[in-house]
Design a protein around this ligand. Structure first.
Ligand code: NAD
Length: 503
């Protein structure tokens, strides 16, 4: 079926009435470059109206008991469960990720909804021993306000859900700016959320609104004084611009930015397991995950044989339409991504022993889409291009002699998102996870760098932004902490024993 017709059919089935306005922002599928819909973009006036609506909704929502807020997220999870196959297919059509990964992304939405429902009964603070007699101290957690959530093209629904499910149970309301490359999945999620709101019967309207458009068109969203939190996922370049724009107002930020993730393969590694993990992490989502494996540090004794195995696997991996069963690598998002991949390979050539793959495929069948053979590059040193994030399937491999050298090469990257070691040596594994090991927000043993579960806090250090979202205690970023001291005595002892007698 033609992609345009299929997209519109899926959207209608999910409750989106119109997603093909002749005057709207055109949306293209990376599968064949064809137009699959068009959406109306926001301007400064409509954004201002939406923020006013969000502020009004917030006053109501923050007074709604948290478990009741959790009930709405439960209803959203049920909607997503019921429409998983259609949503997964839409994600695949709009981003180009293979259908299995589209389904996996939708499953993440379901998982974080389940997590947030439980969380809605666990937003608890501490009680703290006071140094003063007849006093009690405690922490209270309060809703923060309207939260802007900016998302990247490569996880068009999961990243929103990681933020929105938590923000909503925490009592915040959300203004969601999806990537201009993937607004259709956002329309679909919004429609499902609206259905959940109706079933909730609490008048919970405008607790999540879409702000559609380019970065420039969304600028007023970040400048508005009522926006109290900005959770922004995307490139480090975007994070730098957003952080600078928000700094004068000291707005709270959760920045989830780029990655330049590495894996260390030690001599004792289970190589069959490592190979599978490496290939999935390097070429999955066509190398367009923030956690994609981009650097491989291999003990010299096993470097040559491992690289020859990987070379064969990279050559064999099936590249094609993400909707075809059996495809493992779909297209790049657009021509600009293809150009940046080619430029990176040209720069790498000077310091490479050899390069395999990287060429464009299926050009005759899909002249307006960009399919590539994933590239494996044997580097003689960790040159500047290796230290940059190129958002495409390029894996740079380098040998090492000692684990200390491997860790130093690993930590030389400016990003600090995800990392792995493949080893069966307990000492090596523990060193890698220790304070002297990987400096990333995510450090794994015997699994790849990508494919995190929602139960853990997700995020990275250094130029990866420092934000944490999803599981563990990431919810605290969406709330305001108040420390309360209650005096239930008849005296007024001062802290630190200070004497202050008026007579
Ligand atoms: P991008 O930075 O081009 O765009 C991301 C989003 O930010 C889009 O919605 C875009 O419109 C918006 N944006 C860009 N500049 C902005 C500005 N100045 N003000 C406000 N909004 C702005 O990124 P992309 O190409 O969509 O995604 C790929 C990048 O995202 C990669 O670097 C990848 O590593 C990163 N990423 C990170 C994570 C994470 O959790 N750390 C997850 C997914 C993607």
């Amino acid at each position: 079926m033609e992609l345009h017709a299929e997209t519109q059919r899926i959207l209608r089935s999910l409750g989106v009435a119109s997603a093909d306005r002749p005057d709207g922002l055109a949306v293209r599928s990376p599968i064949d470059g064809s137009r699959i819909g068009a959406v109306a973009a926001d301007d400064a006036a409509s954004i201002s109206l939406k923020i006013d609506g969000a502020q009004r909704a917030f006053l109501h929502w923050r007074a709604t008991p948290a478990p009741k807020r959790g009930e709405l997220v439960r209803l959203l999870g049920e909607q997503v469960r019921a429409h998983k196959a259609n949503l997964g297919r839409l994600v695949s059509i709009e981003t180009g990720k293979i259908f299995q990964e589209g389904l996996g992304e939708v499953q993440e939405v379901i998982d974080i909804c389940d997590f947030a429902v439980g969380l809605s009964r666990q937003l608890h603070g501490l009680t703290i021993a006071s140094e003063r007699p007849g006093h009690r101290m405690m922490e209270s957690w309060h809703p923060l306000g309207p939260a802007a959530v900016i998302t990247a093209f490569n996880f068009p629904v999961a990243v929103w859900a990681w933020n929105a499910a938590l923000a909503l149970v925490c009592g915040d309301v959300v203004l969601w700016k999806p990537s201009e490359k993937t607004p259709l999945t956002a329309l679909a999620m919004q429609a499902l959320l609206e259905r959940a709101c109706i079933a909730h019967q609490s008048g919970a309207e405008k607790i999540n609104q879409l702000v559609v458009g380019s970065a420039e068109q969304a600028r007023p969203l970040l400048d508005h004084p009522q926006v109290r939190l900005v959770s922004a996922t995307g490139s480090t370049r975007m994070g730098r611009a957003v952080a600078a724009q928000l700094a004068p107002r000291f707005v709270r930020t959760i920045l989830e930015l780029g990655g330049n993730n590495a894996a260390v393969v030690a001599p004792s590694a289970d190589l069959a397991l490592a190979e599978r993990a490496i290939v999935f992490a390097a070429v999955g989502t066509a190398g367009q995950r923030c956690t994609t494996l981009r650097r491989l540090l291999v003990a010299r004794s096993i470097y040559e044989p491992l690289l020859q195995r990987l070379r064969a696997l990279f050559q064999r991996v099936t590249v094609g339409s993400p909707l075809d069963e059996g495809t493992l690598v779909g297209p790049l998002i657009d021509g600009a991504a293809f150009q940046s991949m080619q430029q990176a390979l040209t720069r790498a050539r000077a310091d490479a022993a050899w390069i395999c793959g990287g060429e464009r495929l299926l050009q005759e069948r899909y002249p307006d889409a960009y399919y590539v053979r994933p590239a494996l590059v044997a580097m003689q040193r960790q040159s500047e291009i290796v230290l940059e994030e190129t958002f495409a399937p390029i894996l740079y491999a380098m040998p090492y002699d000692t684990l200390e050298e491997a860790v130093a090469m690993h930590n030389a990257a400016r990003h600090g998102l995800s990392s792995s070691i493949f080893t069966n040596d307990l000492r090596e594994a523990e060193l890698f996870l220790s304070a002297a090991g990987s400096d990333c927000g995510i450090a794994n043993v015997n699994i790849g760098t990508s494919g995190a579960e929602i139960g853990g806090a997700f995020g990275g250090e250094k130029e990866s932004g420092g934000g944490r979202e999803s599981g563990s205690d990431a919810w605290k970023s969406y709330m305001r902490r108040a420390t309360n001291t209650i005096n239930y005595s008849r005296d007024l002892p001062l802290a630190q024993g200070i004497r202050f007698e008026l007579d």
